[in-house]
Design a protein. Structure first.
Length: 234
């Protein structure tokens, strides 16, 4: 099984998003999956120009000759795609949005009706459906901040989002490996991250008990807010 992780953080390997992504991928690897991580900050991906040439003049091929051509090929080969992005104004980062926009060559121009919904048919069909996992973090307490982001991915995956791992209070993630108190507090959360990976690989979804651990506030929101504000020097 091939797992392709797309890290959309402008900070790449040095960001808090990577702190979440790494143990999840470790859990996938422990289940025998082949993993690869793409750091979008290191890629040349132009904006979609909206010309629809990839549907008409050159079906399946974009007019832009950049790194997206290789990434589209990797997407067609993946069994699980992990979208890892910090929350920017309640949605994905700019570089992640460009990546998502440029996936248009993977579908055909026709509009089809599936059930009571309308969409485009896939250009490349796989034997089994590709599973999509969303991983995100933000500086605010409260998972309601991710509601717009999650809805985007639910619509994009036509309701087949295999898992959403959403970490509020993300401002502390970078310090977890350097602070013994935080490391102990977050130990159940990071274990749940690896369990979630195993469950996605073997079951296709995250168990309710694992999701409950992932969704639980590790730090009291009021304490987190107070410390976060103090760290800004206010």
């Amino acid at each position: 099984m091939k797992v392709l992780a797309i890290n959309g953080s402008p900070r790449g390997e040095n960001g808090n998003t990577e702190v979440l992504l790494r143990p999840f991928l470790k859990g996938c690897e422990e289940e025998g999956a082949e993993i690869e991580t793409i750091y979008l900050k290191d890629k040349n991906i132009k904006h979609c120009s909206g010309c629809f040439s990839c549907w008409t003049k050159t079906p399946g091929k974009c007019i832009h000759k950049d790194d997206m051509e290789e990434l589209l090929e990797k997407l067609t080969e993946a069994d699980i795609v992990v979208y890892a992005t910090p929350l920017y104004v309640y949605t994905v980062t700019g570089i992640m949005k460009d990546f998502m926009d440029r996936k248009i060559p993977l579908v055909k121009k026709d509009i089809i009706k599936v059930g009571d919904q309308y969409s485009h048919p896939k250009r490349y069909e796989k034997t089994s459906p590709v599973k999509t996992v969303l991983i995100s973090n933000c500086g605010f307490p409260g998972n309601y901040n991710f509601s717009g982001l999650v809805e985007t991915f639910k619509v994009m995956t036509k309701g087949n989002l295999a898992g959403a791992i959403l970490c509020g209070q993300g401002g502390v993630l970078g310090a977890v490996n350097f602070d013994d108190t935080l490391k102990k507090m977050y130990e159940p959360f990071f274990q749940a991250l690896r369990s979630a990976a195993s469950e996605i690989i073997n079951l296709g979804y995250i168990k309710a008990e694992t999701q409950a651990i992932l969704d639980k506030d590790v730090i009291d929101p009021e304490i987190y807010m107070k410390n976060a504000n103090e760290n800004w020097g206010e």
